[in-house]
Ligand binder design. Structure first.
Ligand code: DAH
Length: 381
């Protein structure tokens, strides 16, 4: 037979275990909400949220709580061992009070563990609902995709038309020597045509190009003849900005050199171009003009895309809109680019991209295109 157990000893042992439990349970105490007062749970949840209490933390606490429960109330716990001692108290009365004492403490432990478990589960549920719920009334975060600048859109339309006519697209330098900007284009020093094209000079002998015509020379030097190319790009002039001028603007140059090219080819090409850009009913008109690099030279107009030639605000009542300059390439220009004018002839033209853009979009001020105000640019996609 095992020895008899003294009531006093068992009480001390039970107090020790219970005390240790109380100590360890402290960290769950706030969750041990009595079922009777369960209405206070939402407040607790709210408070925890404001403390930044997370779902992971709640999950961890729930499993820690289960471990604590096994430790203090499980079959192999010290507490279970202590309970087995009750029957070994000799005195019947003392045995009964020991039984009562341990039962009370056990109920207290189990109650608090259970309350805390239920609270934690509800809190986890609430946090989960919050995480998974989507407020369908909340305005979405709209991505703001960019888009191409109206001048770029215009340039691409022009490129598409000429590429389909068999032209190559040349992209060339914006900083030029006098030779390419003037001399090779039959504008020798002292020529009056240099005056209106005063530009920005950089280091000695270099300047920002005033016209895309420079690319005619580069292209012929690179490719020789025959050649068919367009060259869209920036040009610069020392102009004071006003509603129709900007010191930087865009042109597209065209050049076609081959055996037997005539003015008829030029007219046919530009007529086809405006048909494709503005519609098949668009007419063209050639006015005699002068450019040093072409002979003969012509200015080209097209019938207004808005009124069809009747006269309106867009064409300023004339029915015609200026497209640009053109002509038959001057023999001196061919020679400057090492192309034999006895064998080859060609035509060239130069159009303003931003000018055409401003007409199409009916802009009163060309500078709007360069201010890069998104509220303005957004309108042209
Ligand atoms: N380069 C001229 C300008 O800026 C435009 C021009 C006229 C280009 C006639 C040409 C042309 O190729 O043949 O005003």
């Amino acid at each position: 037979m095992s020895e008899a157990v003294k009531y006093e000893d068992l009480k001390i042992e039970a107090d020790r275990i219970f005390g240790a439990f109380e100590q360890e349970f402290k960290r769950f105490e706030r969750f041990a909400v009595d079922r009777f007062y369960a209405e206070s749970l939402p407040d607790l949840t709210q408070q925890l949220k404001s403390e930044g209490y997370s779902l992971t933390e709640a999950g961890d606490q729930l499993s820690d709580l289960a471990v604590l429960k096994t430790k203090y109330t499980g079959k192999k716990s010290e507490w279970a061992a202590a309970k087995k001692q009750i029957g070994r108290i000799g005195d019947g009365l003392q045995r009964a009070s020991a039984g009562q004492l341990l039962l009370l403490r056990e109920v207290s432990m189990i109650d608090r563990l259970e309350n805390a478990r239920m609270s934690l589960e509800q809190i986890i549920q609430a946090l989960r609902v919050e995480r998974e719920s989507i407020d369908v009334t909340m305005p979405g975060r709209r991505p703001r995709p960019g888009h191409l600048h109206p001048i770029t859109l215009m340039r691409e339309r022009i490129e598409d038309i000429f590429v389909s006519l068999g032209y190559a697209v040349e992209d060339d330098r914006e900083i030029e020597t006098d030779f390419y900007n003037f001399d090779a284009l039959n504008i020798p020093p002292g020529h009056p045509a240099r005056d209106p094209q005063d530009t920005f000079y950089t280091t000695d002998g270099f300047a920002l190009r005033t016209q895309t015509s420079t690319v005619q020379i580069h292209a012929m030097q690179r490719r020789g003849a025959p050649v068919r190319m367009i060259a869209p790009g920036r040009v610069f002039r020392r102009d004071t900005p006003d509603p129709t001028h900007n010191p930087m603007f865009f042109q597209v140059e065209g050049l076609c050199v081959d055996r037997g090219i005539t003015m008829a080819h030029l007219k046919g090409t530009l007529a086809e171009f405006v048909h494709r850009l503005f519609g098949p009913e668009t007419r063209t008109r050639f006015r005699p003009s002068y450019f040093p690099f072409t002979e003969p030279s012509a200015e080209v107009d097209y019938s207004c895309f808005n009124c069809g030639g009747e006269g309106c605000r867009i064409c300023k009542g004339s029915g015609w809109i200026e497209l640009g300059g053109s002509g038959m390439v001057h023999p001196n220009v061919l020679r400057a680019a090492n192309v034999d004018p006895e064998e080859f002839t060609g035509f060239a033209f130069g159009l303003g991209i931003d000018r055409t853009c401003a007409r199409i979009y009916q802009l009163d001020d060309i500078r709007l295109l360069f201010e890069n105000d998104v509220r303005f640019l957004e309108q042209f996609r």
